[in-house]
Design a protein around this ligand. Structure first.
Ligand code: SF4
Ligand code: SF4
Length: 392
């Protein structure tokens, strides 16, 4: 297993980090739960085969992911690995969730619950989960970082970090605000100019901030290339699957510390470990020809979008709170990748946050502002019809 420096925190981690957000599941009627036996087997296999970084969160798998990880690592493996977990600002604010009377009390109780579930006395990397432009001001005002500093002073956590979804401008505001131990962003061969962008990788590297990549396969979509993409890969003459191409693209950045992959089967896990253990899967190993081929794959994917939304956000804010570009992004992903399954799961979270297309009252305010002249109301209805109804 390739190892990488974890920013300025002074230790190395495996280049492959096991994400515990898509553990194997068992369907029980209209609900599902983690298949614990299978999940324990996978986590233990990973820990025994060089994986030293495990990522989970307070809310993953209906708040059971931390517990499953803790159970799997108990009995000697926990001390050999780093655990990263996260608490979302919304959960800290929701005083009913942790039983506290104030946000600091609540955040502490949630952390205590997390430690208990993980069966450990400390967390190596504790993240504010999924910071975005919208809640950043609130996080600063609520002095969340100061609460995390108290946890660190008490030895309950060892590094303060954040995960991020948003654009580059918002990312730089967050990154420059504090001396973070780590930041976690979405990047993959399609999102080079999207989300925080690849420039965020360079910025974090310059600061010595450990950098963790999430969604390297875009919810697994990049693993199953449609015919035009497969043809591009095949034209390279290099015997390498789509998953490996996607990982190699990210491994090529020297600033990247670890790449999270949310594996759901033992087969995927073994496949990932094999890729990350290759002696040439290192920073700077891609040739100019390989980089050009990846750029070609990106262009082809992006040309396959169905709704011509550029994500400019001129249509926002919607008075009903609909996050129009995000709805269109999920729909386009489904068309691009030939499967709507990951998009439907993501849409479930958007629905919980009341930002889904079902909130639209067809007022028409957004359509007047769209420079692409998209028939937003009709497209939203189509997307809602396709994406709704995911059961977790
Ligand atoms: S038409 Fe729908 S999506 Fe557009 S602004 Fe009105 S409520 Fe929001
Ligand atoms: S204004 Fe149009 S192109 Fe821009 S994000 Fe909204 S729907 Fe997409």
């Amino acid at each position: 297993m390739q190892k990488r420096q974890f920013g300025k925190l002074g230790y190395e981690v495996s280049a492959f980090g096991m994400g515990c957000m898509r553990l194997p599941r068992i369907l029980k009627g209209d609900r599902s739960e983690v298949d614990r036996e299978k999940a324990w087997e996978m986590i233990r296999y990973a820990a025994d085969h060089g994986v030293t970084y495990f990522d989970t969160a307070y809310g993953y798998h209906n708040k059971t992911s931390e517990e499953v990880l803790g159970e799997a690592l108990e009995g000697g493996r926990r001390e050999k690995v780093k655990i990263a977990t996260k608490q979302p600002f919304g959960v800290m604010r929701d005083l009913a969730s942790g039983g506290g009377k104030t946000l600091p009390e609540n955040a502490r109780r949630n952390l205590e619950a997390t430690l208990k579930k993980l069966r450990t006395g400390y967390i190596d990397v504790y993240l504010i989960h999924s910071i975005g432009e919208r809640d950043w001001e609130g996080i600063k005002q609520a002095r969340v970082i100061e609460e995390y500093e108290k946890f660190r002073a008490e030895g309950l956590i060892r590094a303060i970090a954040f995960s991020f979804h948003g654009d580059y401008a918002a990312f730089t505001q967050v990154l420059d605000y504090y001396d973070w131990g780590m930041c976690q962003i979405q990047q993959n061969l399609i999102d080079v100019d999207r989300e925080a962008t690849e420039q965020a990788i360079r910025d974090a590297g310059k600061k010595g901030c450990a950098l963790v990549i999430m969604e390297p396969l875009r919810g697994g979509n990049l693993a199953v290339p449609p015919a035009p993409i497969k043809a591009i890969y095949d034209s390279s003459g290099i015997k390498r699957g789509a998953v490996e191409w996607a990982f190699r693209h990210l491994l090529n950045y020297p600033e990247v510390s670890t790449i999270l992959s949310g594996v759901s089967t033992m087969e995927q896990l073994k496949d990932n470990i094999e890729i990350f253990s290759k002696s040439d899967a290192v920073a700077g190993s891609l040739s100019e020809g390989e980089k050009k081929l990846i750029a070609c794959v990106r262009e082809q994917y992006l040309s396959m979008k169905s709704i011509p939304c550029t994500g400019c956000e001129y249509c926002l804010p919607c008075p009903q709170g609909v996050n129009i570009p995000q709805v269109f992004g999920k729909y386009n992903d489904g068309v691009m990748f030939g499967t709507f399954e990951p998009s439907r799961r993501g849409y479930m979270f958007q629905t919980r946050g009341k930002e889904d297309a079902g909130q639209c009252v067809r007022c028409g305010a957004c359509e007047k502002k769209c420079p692409q002249h998209i028939g937003i109301i009709g497209e939203l209805a189509k997307a809602h019809q396709t994406l709704r109804g995911w059961v977790e």
